[in-house]
Design a protein around this ligand. Structure first.
Ligand SMILES: Nc1nonc1C(=O)N[C@@H]1CC[C@H](O)C1
Length: 246
């Protein structure tokens, strides 16, 4: 997958997307991320990339010219003949969700435009953006962190990026439920022990325990997911048992 990130602050990505799994994915050639500095495309002699909002109000808005020129220059380097999927992050966007990541992970090329300050001139969104996405109901100083979150979520779904392909199949929002608790060595840490079923070697019992824990955690924290999940008869029995104990 080829990802182009248009931003005023490429250095912001050197931390989260240049270590561990995402770094390895790039080294293995599974992912190619390029950061293009929007400021390099301004025709302002003072290198301005933002201005005061028409109509007044607090903050600064990123001007359209550098972004349009940066975008048009960037898409010339892409292979797809059609307009690439171009994502802009803002609280006004559709709330990001694992299903969206699964769908985006099928793309060969993605372009991200990072707003900063109060955001970008609306004409950028109207003309260039295919997907306006929010990572939650709060306001950040820029779109770089949401873009890093989205890239991380998508990248780990690319075949070969995670060591064991099945490791994300069971994860939260894959089976429709929240994930079961994880434990690792030692069995006893400061008197805190691991549920014995997990080192029983009985995989059927382990799977039953994990499913039961997923149901219990989901029922308590995200009952809305229970309504949408595919449940077996045993699941339904367990849910009723949890409800009767509450
Ligand atoms: N919540 C969010 N989910 O995606 N993006 C945001 C977010 O707060 N964006 C900031 C708004 C103006 C600034 O430019 C960037």
């Amino acid at each position: 997958m080829i990802i182009k990130v248009l931003t005023l602050f490429p250095e912001m990505f050197q931390g989260p997307l240049n270590v561990s799994i995402i770094k390895n994915a790039q080294e293995k050639g599974l992912l190619d991320i390029e950061y293009i500095n929007i400021r390099d495309f301004t025709d302002s002699k003072h290198k301005k990339v933002d201005d005061y909002p028409y109509g007044g109000g607090a903050g600064m808005v990123m001007t359209p010219q550098p972004i349009f020129d940066c975008y048009e220059s960037t898409i010339k380097t892409l292979h797809s003949s059609s307009k690439p999927r171009t994502i802009y992050c803002s609280p006004k966007g559709k709330t990001f969700h694992q299903e969206m990541a699964i769908e985006m992970a099928k793309e060969k090329e993605l372009v991200f435009i990072c707003g900063h300050y109060e955001g970008v001139d609306q004409r950028v969104i109207d003309e260039l953006i295919t997907d306006e996405i929010s990572i939650g109901d709060f306001v950040l100083t820029g779109g770089e962190l949401p873009v890093a979150v989205i890239i991380d979520t998508i990248a780990r779904l690319i075949p070969g990026v995670l060591g064991q392909q099945e490791s994300f199949q069971e994860e939260s929002f894959y089976s429709g439920l929240l994930e079961y608790p994880h434990y690792t060595r030692p069995q006893n840490f400061r008197g805190l022990t691991v549920p014995s079923v997990l080192f029983s070697g009985n995989h059927k019992e382990i799977e039953k325990w994990r499913r039961k824990k997923s149901l219990e955690i989901t029922l308590h924290r995200r009952p809305d997911l229970i309504e949408k999940a595919e449940l077996t008869e045993e699941d339904k029995k367990n849910i009723n048992a949890f409800k009767n104990h509450c």
